[in-house]
Design a protein around this ligand. Structure first.
Ligand SMILES: [Fe+2]
Ligand SMILES: [Fe+2]
Length: 351
């Protein structure tokens, strides 16, 4: 049997030639994680309190004036696991998706640009400002979801009161794939289309025969909330309560090919059953308060808080109130896993 010195010297020789033996391990924390039946994730469960987010967002609005360096007053939710990574890899709420919170001040015009990472806006507070996507003007009101598909020009205008929204992006996934493209709009700002050219106002079950693709889309809160309330008395999902997915109306599929958006009503006092899946989810408590149990640990949330459930973590949700409903908005990376035939889901014990 070869002695250790010979083996070490052989390993060094291999490394010097850009080679590695299959027997080689490593000494980093990541190297110490053995391959096993259950997937292992770097994503950490975490809650971002709204009071902290909001305080710092308003401070960003004060410090970064409209004539200053900042093109947008946006705060990214950084997963604690990625805090010390280089900036592009740090911009991640999970390993695949990113949620941010943006303030658009009165008088602000956020210049137009486009990129191949998909994005959406979910409006939290304020009304009257509008976003322009591919020349379509979408007035933003709380609870609205507005899609900004890959490579669509987008910019924002506020001639009303301060407005705050969530941005959701599949940026970390595209960054890992090293395919990101980004470009500024060639000109001052997009020209707003006349109303006969708008796609957003003609999405439904009856559509023009000559239009195949949906452009930017808007889901108004009044419609979403009405659907939630219509289904309130139904059984709902055992794992998520009355949960809706924002379906792409063109193909009936997920919101985006890479990520999906959902909203769920947890009825007064409702506790969901435990399950786990290998997609990760970022939640925002839009209304109410409650508790999400992740791998046996309780994470309390109240209105405005955002939190992460990492992949393959056992989790269940509880509306802690007997008198108020709770509504969670969320984004997940399930579509990407399904497309790669990798998606897995399991009910918990006794579920
Ligand atoms: Fe953008
Ligand atoms: Fe889940």
């Amino acid at each position: 049997m070869a002695d250790k010195e010979l083996l070490d010297s052989f390993d060094r020789e291999l490394a010097g030639n850009g080679l590695e033996g299959h027997w080689m391990g490593g000494s980093s924390e990541e190297d110490k994680v053995a391959y096993e039946k259950d997937p292992h994730t770097s994503v950490q469960a975490h809650v971002w309190k709204w009071s902290i987010i909001y305080k710092h967002l308003m401070r960003a609005g004060d410090i970064h004036g409209l004539e200053g360096m900042a093109d947008r007053r946006t705060l990214r939710l950084i997963n604690p696991a990625y805090q010390n990574l280089p900036s592009r890899r740090r911009r991640a709420t999970t390993h695949t998706i990113q949620m941010s919170v943006q303030l658009l001040k009165p008088g602000e015009l956020a210049s137009s640009h486009r990129h191949n990472f998909g994005a959406f806006r979910f409006i939290v507070e304020g009304r009257g400002a509008y976003t322009v996507v591919e020349g379509e003007k979408f007035v933003m009101e709380p609870g609205d979801l507005i899609l900004n598909p890959p490579m669509t020009w987008h910019g924002h205008v506020n001639e009303a009161e301060p407005i705050v929204w969530l941005d959701g992006l599949d940026y970390p996934l595209l960054n890992a794939l090293q395919v990101i493209t980004w470009e500024p709009f060639p000109g001052d700002f997009q020209t707003i289309k006349d109303s006969t050219k708008l796609t957003a106002h003609r999405i439904g079950m009856a559509r023009p025969t000559w239009e195949k693709a949906a452009g930017p889309l808007q889901y108004k809160w009044d419609d979403t909330y009405r659907t939630l309330k219509n289904l309130e008395a139904s059984e709902g999902s055992p794992f998520d309560g009355v949960a809706l997915e924002y379906v792409n109306p063109v193909n009936g599929g997920h919101t985006f090919p890479t990520m999906s958006c959902c909203v769920q009503l947890l009825r007064k006092g409702e506790t969901t059953r435990t399950h786990r899946h290998n997609s990760s989810t970022v939640y925002h408590a839009f209304r109410g308060s409650g508790v999400t149990v992740i791998n046996g640990k309780k994470y309390e949330w109240e209105q405005g808080d955002c939190f992460v459930v990492p992949l393959w973590s056992w989790h269940s949700h509880q509306n802690a109130s007997k008198s108020e409903e709770a509504i969670l908005f969320s984004m997940n990376d399930q579509p990407m896993l399904e497309a790669l035939k990798l998606y897995r889901e399991e009910p918990g014990e006794g579920a």
